[in-house]
Design a binder for this molecule. Structure first.
Ligand SMILES: Cc1cc2nc3c(=O)[nH]c(=O)nc-3n(C[C@H](O)[C@H](O)[C@H](O)COP(=O)(O)OP(=O)(O)OC[C@H]3O[C@@H](n4cnc5c(N)ncnc54)[C@H](O)[C@@H]3O)c2cc1C
Length: 418
């Protein structure tokens, strides 16, 4: 039996580590149990974009019909593996309901508030100079090359401007004004100047080292196999490295979170949504502004002397098998948009795959559960887990500390689908 801590966190992804960081700053003792190593889930080689621009949740009007069209295309950025999985079917039904204009419009201001607050916290963390994670404020280009792509970009930009985001549209001829090393073949882009980016691996590894130095006990190779509770309160967590107890528990298990707390009777639907990235050397003459190729849903992030290309969302269960046709489609999209940029040849060994933890309504789960008052959930951040890590960690520290959270988390209740 190990010495008890004030707080036990399950999962050392970006969300669990950020939660430990903010909790530790309050002077409480913290332990993290992690089945593999920090960042082993989705947090290591994702695209590292910090996106106030991504205020529209994954579930929104029109996404179902686009998804059905994409399902018929073997190289599209979206795929659902058909299978008789009651969890998937129930999730899809909830997702469909959440695609209403009413629910989307309710989520947008909150998602923006969370994204923007988290971007500001990243700036604070970078200013502390605790470790280097290549934080950079270059904005984000939403590049389009069709009339439909522009129309959709414009509709989002109009919502964004109402939220107060400075967004400028630039044509292919004007793009050098944003990034002198970038040439678009056609179309144009919406420049979201207040987005930022970082190197996710450096952030995760730097944060893990930093909090370990501050006394957080990170137990790696500790797979949670059971959670015990009495009278509603969680009393302990059983792992492959023994049993751990604490006063408060935080669930930050990413895509695995639903399964971890299922024995407690907590219904918190999360589907793992697989995505891929490939990373190559970058020369100094190459563009330095991150971008999204809108129609193909491909993200490109310059990371110092590397450049990363990422994309695809596959609802295909927990496996990490690589569909090379879809990864090649990411690479092939690049020269369609950009002049003088080709993705080098690569093999399956070069591909990183990660599972985004997706809730049906595109909002994360953040808050205490009604059934288990000493359990706080921080999961379900889908494609925004890097963006939202600091704000989630800060909110977790406020909730665990018994304070009213600085951002209203009512819509993020972990038991909202129960
Ligand atoms: C291709 C791709 C690109 C992306 N790009 C971006 C981006 O540009 N910007 C952005 O904001 N987000 C991006 N994301 C999303 C982001 O990666 C995730 O939302 C984020 O990493 C989730 O963090 P997390 O800490 O919640 O989960 P994870 O990082 O998955 O961490 C959960 C941890 O829990 C551990 N765990 C699970 N089960 C157990 C158990 N039983 N016992 C102990 N430990 C357990 C896991 O090993 C893991 O380390 C991208 C994702 C992908 C796939």
């Amino acid at each position: 039996m190990h010495k008890d801590t004030d707080v036990l966190i399950i999962g050392a992804g970006a969300v669990g580590l950020s939660s430990a960081f903010y909790l530790r700053r309050r002077g409480v003792s913290v332990r993290i149990v992690e089945k593999d190593y920090p960042g082993a889930g989705a947090s290591l080689k994702n695209c590292g974009l910090i996106c106030p621009s991504h205020f529209v949740p994954l579930s929104h009007p029109g996404v179902i019909s686009a998804g059905l069209r994409w399902m018929l295309d073997p190289v599209s950025p979206f795929y659902v593996k058909p299978r008789p999985d009651p969890g998937l079917i129930s999730w899809v039904m909830k997702f469909r309901r959440a695609c209403s204009a009413e629910i989307t419009n309710r989520s947008i201001p909150l998602l923006y508030e969370l994204n923007a607050a988290s971007r500001d916290l990243y700036r604070d963390i970078a200013a502390l100079k605790m470790f280097e994670f290549d934080y950079d404020e270059k904005g984000l280009l939403m590049v389009y090359n069709t009339a439909k792509g522009r129309e959709e970009g414009l509709a989002e930009a109009e919502i964004g401007r109402k939220l107060g985001i400075p967004i400028r549209e630039v044509t292919a001829d004007e793009i050098a004004g944003v990034d002198p090393n970038l040439r678009l073949k056609s179309g144009g882009a919406f420049h979201y100047a207040t987005d930022t980016h970082l190197n996710p691996q450096k952030f995760v590894e730097g944060m893990a080292d930093r909090i370990a130095g501050d006394g957080v006990d990170i137990v790696t190779g500790a797979d949670v196999t059971g959670i015990d509770s009495r009278g509603g309160s969680v009393t302990g967590v059983r792992t492959t490295k023994g049993e751990f107890r604490a006063k408060e528990y935080v669930l930050a298990g990413g895509a695995w979170s639903e399964g971890i707390v299922r024995p407690l009777g907590l219904k918190m639907p999360i589907q793992p949504a697989k995505g891929y990235s490939i990373t190559f050397p970058r020369t100094p003459e190459m563009f330095s502004t991150p971008m999204i190729l809108s129609e193909r849903k491909v993200a490109i992030t310059p990371l110092g002397d590397r450049v990363r290309y990422g994309g695809t969302l596959e609802l295909a269960g927990f496996g990490l098998s690589v569909n090379m046709r879809r990864v090649r489609a990411i690479a092939e999209a690049v020269p369609v948009y950009l002049e003088n940029v080709r993705v080098p040849d690569f093999t399956e060994e070069d591909v990183w795959a990660g599972l985004r933890p997706c809730s049906p309504d595109g909002l994360p789960y953040v808050g205490r559960t009604r059934k288990n008052p000493n359990l706080t959930v921080a999961a379900g951040h889908a494609m925004l887990g890097i963006t939202l890590s600091p704000v989630t960690g800060k909110l977790v520290s406020e909730i665990v500390g018994g304070e009213v959270p600085s951002i209203d988390c009512t819509l993020l209740r972990p038991d909202r689908f129960a």
